[in-house]
Design a protein around this ligand. Structure first.
Ligand SMILES: NC(=O)c1ccc[n+]([C@@H]2O[C@H](COP(=O)([O-])OP(=O)(O)OC[C@H]3O[C@@H](n4cnc5c(N)ncnc54)[C@H](O)[C@@H]3O)[C@@H](O)[C@H]2O)c1
Length: 272
């Protein structure tokens, strides 16, 4: 039993690693003994997190990357390989929404600029596909590996207002299944691709939708989320860790193409 979730000395690459959710994952993977490569557009923040992990006796490397630029991903891959020699785990964490791509009182659906729709779709979907091309090729060549994508509740049934984000995360879930099958059919039965679908976690990207700036209380949308989450609260980033370690390890050896909700019961509740 004690080896079931063992990921010691595995090399994990995380995109969006300087973000709220993925930095928490990176710290946990490092604490579990994995070597972690923190890839992010925000190099300085990734560096700070890497230093924190290294200062605690872990092994971390910060690497600047733009997940929308394949040559930037290839440069990052070369840095990771020269430092850690291999890649066992890829977490595609870079993603998010932005206000300009959200239908609200200031901007109706009809006025959302195409560039904003594209920005959100590209970051979540194309960024996941390109990183999987670059790091997944290493897995195909070595005949083993684990990919964990980050989907969302918005993928299961679309959330109001977030038109492009919902579409992009649905595409991420679909790609998770597609890639799981493709790796197994074409390259190796020992490569697994799964996703987690976090419920609602208060982070920089969604605070504007969930917390009323003036009062500090819930917006009507925030209240609706809490009302529809049977556990009656937002999640905290550390609550994703158990599933991530499980999916990364042999504990999930026969789990492939799955999208795991981590949502306090939100997706199980019909609202009635
Ligand atoms: N916060 C939530 O409630 C929630 C719920 C479901 C899913 N998610 C998803 O989880 C993931 C992480 O979310 P988070 O809340 O930690 O977000 P975050 O904004 O804290 O982190 C995202 C990170 O991605 C980086 N990034 C942005 N564009 C990039 C690019 N082009 N190349 C490389 N890095 C880039 C940012 O610098 C940032 O560090 C996202 O995919 C998000 O959509 C979040």
């Amino acid at each position: 039993m004690k080896d079931l979730f063992d990921i010691r000395d595995q090399v994990a690459v995380l995109t969006g690693a300087a973000g709220i959710l993925c930095s928490e994952m990176a710290e946990a993977l490092a604490e579990a003994g994995a070597k972690v490569a923190l890839l992010d557009l925000n190099e300085q923040k990734a560096q700070e997190i890497a230093e924190r992990i290294n200062g605690r006796g872990g092994t971390a490397l910060a690497v600047p990357v733009d997940v929308l630029d394949k040559s930037s991903l290839e440069e990052a891959r070369d840095r990771v390989i020269s430092e850690f020699q291999q890649v066992d785990i890829l977490i595609n964490g870079a993603g998010g929404n932005k206000k300009e791509a959200t239908a609200d009182d200031e901007r109706s659906f009809f006025d959302i600029p195409p560039e904003a729709i594209q920005w959100v779709f590209n970051l979540n979907f194309i960024g996941t596909v390109l990183a999987t091309q670059v790091f997944g090729k290493l897995m195909a060549d070595q005949g083993s590996g684990v990919v964990i994508n980050i989907s969302s509740m918005a993928a299961l049934t679309p959330l109001t207002r977030t038109v492009s984000y919902s579409a992009a995360k649905a595409a991420v879930s679909n790609f998770t299944q597609w890639m799981a099958v493709h790796f197994n059919h074409e390259y190796s039965p020992n490569i697994r691709v799964n996703a987690i679908a976090p419920g609602f976690f208060l982070t920089e990207q969604n605070t504007f939708l969930l917390i009323d700036e003036a009062t500090g209380g819930h917006t009507p949308r925030g209240k609706s989320i809490i009302d529809n989450t049977p556990m009656k609260r937002y999640g905290t980033p550390d609550e994703l860790i158990g599933a991530v370690i499980w999916l990364a390890s042999d504990g999930a050896k026969f789990v492939n193409g799955a999208v795991i909700p981590i949502d306090g019961g939100f997706s199980a509740f019909s609202g009635v």
